[in-house]
Design a protein around this ligand. Structure first.
Ligand SMILES: Cc1cc2nc3c(=O)[nH]c(=O)nc-3n(C[C@H](O)[C@H](O)[C@H](O)COP(=O)(O)OP(=O)(O)OC[C@H]3O[C@@H](n4cnc5c(N)ncnc54)[C@H](O)[C@@H]3O)c2cc1C
Length: 284
């Protein structure tokens, strides 16, 4: 197997254009499992760990630009104040070793419906920046996924970064697993409130062929939350919100849980996330 070791993003993009079948590797926490179990035997690996641009984060106008190679560990340590939902999700990923190696770019590259970074990215309406020698395009995270482990990424493209709007209010992420750590989510849910715009964003994980937004549930919160005089969330709104989140999912029965359990769990997670986020807003 050939291992290509670019030192800059330009060089990486040229190599990806020349050898589109080369498999990018960042933290390797998905790729190495596939190689070890012989599920994949690529002719070439494109090692991105020496590409400094991918490992940086910073401002892009009023947005936060998170390089595809920034690890979960660094999101937790350096960005919990600016990306609270993604930091909460990052804390639930794997183990300390996996969080140190694993990256959001790799999570997106694998495009698993169970990827923990995806629901918070959907909830804040993040954009994924894709680069190739042909140029750069930005795709809303909600349009990035096309099916289980499939995305709009073209063979000559790399994920360069994720663009996240400025923090607008409380965010939550919550996940059900068969134990507390080192598990793939049975289902997960993210919520982001934007009280000034009277908007709520959602993301559902592990309960459909792709990560999903619960659009009707978002519309309910926009219309029914007491945005002006922050009283507690009316219980009828919380219950309806849970129902609409569960209805937006299209889960299957598998080894981790049944579809019926996932729908029930999502309605509970959604109500809890709403109460937590709203209390944070109310109490400052
Ligand atoms: C023990 C264990 C526990 C885990 N627990 C969790 C968990 O709790 N939650 C969770 O979501 N995941 C979990 N994972 C899966 C994995 O850690 C994550 O998906 C992680 O985000 C992958 O990041 P990485 O940098 O290691 O990706 P890699 O393995 O390097 O790459 C993953 C995929 O993305 C592609 N890729 C990587 N970078 C780019 C790029 N810049 N452009 C285009 N394509 C790219 C690769 O070609 C590959 O297809 C676990 C894995 C293990 C082994």
């Amino acid at each position: 197997m050939e291992v290509l070791t670019p030192r800059s993003l330009d060089e990486a993009l040229r190599l990806k254009a020349d050898v589109p079948a080369a498999v990018p590797i960042e933290g390797g926490t998905d790729v190495m499992v596939e190689l070890n179990f012989d599920r994949r035997r690529p002719a070439a690996l494109l090692d991105l760990t020496r590409v400094g641009e991918l490992a940086e984060w910073g401002s892009d106008g009023d947005q936060l630009r998170l390089g595809a190679g920034v690890s979960y560990r660094r999101i937790i340590d350096e960005l919990a104040g600016r990306l609270p939902g993604l930091a909460m999700a990052s804390r639930t990923v794997g183990s300390p070793q996996i969080r140190t190696r694993g990256t959001v770019g790799g999570n997106l590259g694998s495009a698993s419906p169970a990827g923990d970074a995806h629901p918070p990215l959907l909830a804040v309406d993040a954009q994924v920046e894709l680069a190739s020698v042909r140029g750069v395009r930005r795709v809303p995270a909600r349009d990035f996924f096309t099916g289980p482990k499939r995305s709009v990424l073209a063979p000559d493209e790399l994920i360069a970064a994720v663009l996240v709007p400025p923090l607008a209010g409380p965010q939550q992420f919550t996940k059900v697993g068969t134990r507390n750590a080192m598990v793939i989510a049975v289902c997960s849910f993210a919520l982001a409130l934007d009280p000034a715009a009277r908007r709520a964003g959602t993301g559902i994980g592990s309960a459909g062929p792709t990560p999903i937004r619960a659009v009707a549930a978002e519309e309910l919160l926009a219309a029914e939350l007491p945005w002006d005089s922050p009283a507690p969330v009316p219980e009828t709104v919380a219950v309806r919100f849970g129902e609409l989140v569960a209805a937006a999912a299209s889960p299957i029965d598998d080894v981790r849980g049944t579809a019926a359990y996932r729908r029930h769990a999502l309605s509970v997670l959604a109500r809890r996330a709403l109460h937590w986020a709203w209390e944070e807003y109310r109490c400052g």
